[in-house]
Design a protein around this ligand. Sequence first.
Ligand code: OXD
Ligand code: MN
Length: 601
Amino acid sequence: MTTAETTAPTTNAKLLSFVEESAAMLKPDGIYWCDGSTEEYQVMAKAMVDAGTAMWLNPDKKPNSLFVRSDPADVARVEDRTYICCENEADAGPTNNWKAPAECKELMKGLYDGCMAGRTLYVIPYSMGPVGSPIAKIGIILTDSPYVVANMHIMARVGTAVLDVLAGSEDFVRGIHSVGYPLTGPKQSDLPWPCDAENKYITHYPETREIWSYGSGYGGNALLGKKCHALRIASVQARDEGWMAEHMLILKLTSPAGEVKYVAAAFPSACGKTNLAMMNPTVEGWKVETIGDDIAWMKFGDDGRLYAINPEAGFFGVAPGTNYDSNPNAMESLKSNSVFTNCGLTPDGDVYWEEMDETPESCVDWLRRPWTPDCDRTASHPNARFTAPAAQCPVIADEWEDPAGVPISAILFGGRRASTQPLVIEATDWEHGTFLGASMSSEKTAAASGGLGQLRFDPMAMLPFCGYHMGDYFKHWIELGAKGGDKMPKIFYVNWFRKSPEGKWLWPGFGENSRVLKYVFERCEGSADAVESPIGLMPAEGAIDLSGLDVADADWAELMKVDKGEWLEVTKAIEEHFAKFGDKLPAELSAQLDALKGRLS
Ligand code: OXD
Ligand code: MN
């Protein structure tokens, strides 16, 4: 098999015309239809190795695994270049960049015209969710990047089987992606990581279910099934069809008595979703297994409860900080058949990143420079990633691909907050929980470019991923709560990142977070007590199992402290944040804010 032109393995007229019309604009040298086979993966790998994009890692260290370094100007999602292009600007809302669809398409057509010259156009049919499942959604990506094809093989279900399910239907998301580096004119020779750093555009057309991306080959900018489809487009579909597309991990929690509950959790990018989703609990007898680590699609089941599926098939995890202490199951998942992007390379052909278990005496850093532990820079980029098949996770739950999904008992919100926010609080009801999610804030991480460490409101961890007006999104939450009534999950807000005034971490995090999960489980089954506080229900004394944990009383008090003065300041910030949504802010949320102010004063 080569990447030369292949004939279309479909007679779907809508799909064929999408490919033909796009190809007429993109002008590739050939069109290749991806079949999703392992042989095809090898062909993509060879194309990347031949182009200098990738190299194979030492097969004794990481079998069948690729090592990739991107252009330093293309290392993260670019939120300022991401657009929601709906007909009415008001429908995109204040948190999205907006362009009129026709105008944006004109701009994109200018960039797309001939942009695949000298390259192959790969047609990737993919399914978000198990192929053929009633809850799965199909998409087609046209891309000129073998890196995207290889990553999509891991992150989604790709290939001919998807076309068989699609058959003649026109119900598919149409995605176009180009790195924006045609091999014509002065750019006759390729680069290891071609991109058009100055002209990145990640554009979405929710009304027509289209995604057009240009100029970046990295992560969520380019693997269109993930953020673009499964969150931005899917959130609009979910609104229209009465379900939820959320930036949430899904985990399965089993008690020592063998009782099972499923928990979903929304944290902003790079705040530990992958770690929580596959943690090894320290609490005796409890078990955590993984359903998903980043995205949850939740629909009402016949019994009126919310059922969640993970639409993805792999993990695109943040590498630095991942090690056998913080996340042994991620380390096991990425031992083979994985792609590593922007990590360091050790002399024996393995990967290295910051806080890995063993630090090599030297390596080559992600910018191809010699690196030693005493040099004053990191070996990996802070947003270096591993792409690993979910099926390789030692604690993947048996039901992770169940098309019916799993019933969710609790939803956790959380962010990175060095102060103010206690370890765990619980919403008094769904509306209060929606308020907690809508007023969620976190310190910015390296997953998106710019503003590291700045505090920003990131409602439901969806700020960069909601494909429509966030005021309407909050309303959708409230409406679903009214529909689900007392069958809706309980909502909690957690913070693993609180520090003392001297800057010391107050909570050990990682596996110890199982103590909070246990409490959440027990609240759901009604066996743990909580007490009222102005900001929500807090664990009663002794309700969180701290046995065997060395947390000083003073630290615990600081960790759980609710400082009314600080919270009054928070209410002012929430008021400003809510003001952005104008008359689209649901009255229920302003009422929640007023009630909070009342409880604090
Ligand atoms: C991700 C992100 O890659 O949220 O999951 O940035
Ligand atoms: Mn994410």
